[in-house]
Design a protein around this ligand. Structure first.
Ligand code: AMP
Length: 280
């Protein structure tokens, strides 16, 4: 396993493999790797000849009041996990390497994909994500790139970017990996104090409740939302940021649930903001 920190040598390794017609896989991450990341890495390892995992806490996708400084970092454990999974390259660039001082080009996906859900609460977040992922695609030239459905909106935005900009990579989205009690694995779960950790199960509980009412025939989005709000309100440590029911293909708000719908929410548990979603 090679650990690279500069773009030039990472490009050289990957272009050599490309020239040898090896299938390159990319798993972009911000590190503090957990079971969710591991499922992406395992799936990529099984399908690709040459596997690159990037670890980069991308400052461009954090808002000024967000947790960039205290975002969990554990490079030693991350490298161990990558080594165990036979990753070929772990690319760990610095912020300066990715964004040199004169950096001035940004990738923005519009058309309703970024102006809703996370995009409302986190302006510029997806501009930061799309830009860094576009750079990773140019550096690594992956045939397959792996994203988690836990960040459903992000995966959809990346698919749109690939389609609109004729990028040569196939996006593979992987199901959300959860803890035993249903909480979606997230690097940010580490912030939760024990009582908050218990309270955090309310996100998935409310999504499962929503799924049940929809399965029982409820089509009205506001009724489904009300049912989730009521359940979350019972948890004193939880504060809803948003609950949204949208078309799973284009993220347009749905008054009535029809076709494939995404139910997504962001909830603050104490100071920690968590997101989750289900498809119905
Ligand atoms: P992050 O390090 O949080 O930027 O995540 C890197 C990748 O892992 C993204 O594609 C995420 O959607 C994916 N991911 C994060 N958490 C999970 C999870 N619980 N299950 C599946 N994929 C996940």
């Amino acid at each position: 396993m090679q650990v690279t920190t500069d773009i030039h040598s990472t490009k050289q390794y990957c272009r050599k493999k490309k020239f040898e017609h090896k299938k390159i896989g990319l798993v972009p991450t911000m590190g503090a790797l957990h079971a969710g990341h591991l499922s992406l890495i395992k799936s990529a390892r099984a399908s690709c000849d040459f596997l690159v995992v990037s670890i980069f806490i991308n400052p461009a996708q954090f808002g000024p009041a967000e947790d960039l400084e205290k975002y969990p970092r554990d490079l030693t454990a991350d490298l161990k996990l990558c080594q165990e999974q036979a990753v070929d390259i772990v690319f760990v660039p610095s912020a300066k390497e990715v964004y040199p001082e004169d950096f001035s080009t940004w990738v923005e996906v519009t058309g309703g994909f970024t102006e809703i859900l996370e995009g409302v609460s986190r302006p510029n977040h997806f501009r930061g994500v799309a830009t860094v992922v576009a750079k990773l695609f140019n550096i690594i030239l992956p045939d397959f790139s792996y994203f988690g459905e836990k960040d459903y909106q992000q995966a959809l935005i990346i698919k749109k970017m690939v389609q609109d900009l004729d990028m040569d990579t196939q996006i593979v989205s992987m199901p959300t990996v959860r803890e035993k009690d249903g909480l979606a694995c997230s690097s940010r779960n580490i912030y939760l104090k024990p009582e908050e950790r218990k309270a955090a199960t309310v996100l998935y509980k409310s999504l499962l409740a929503a799924k049940t009412v929809v399965r029982n025939g409820e089509k009205d989005s506001s009724s489904v939302r009300a049912c989730m709000e009521e359940l979350i309100a019972r948890e004193v440590l939880a504060e809803i940021d948003y609950i949204a029911i949208v078309d799973a293909e284009n993220l347009q708000k749905l008054e009535q649930i029809q076709g494939r719908a995404l139910i997504a929410l962001a909830v603050k548990i104490g100071k920690t903001r968590l997101i989750d979603n289900v498809l119905v």
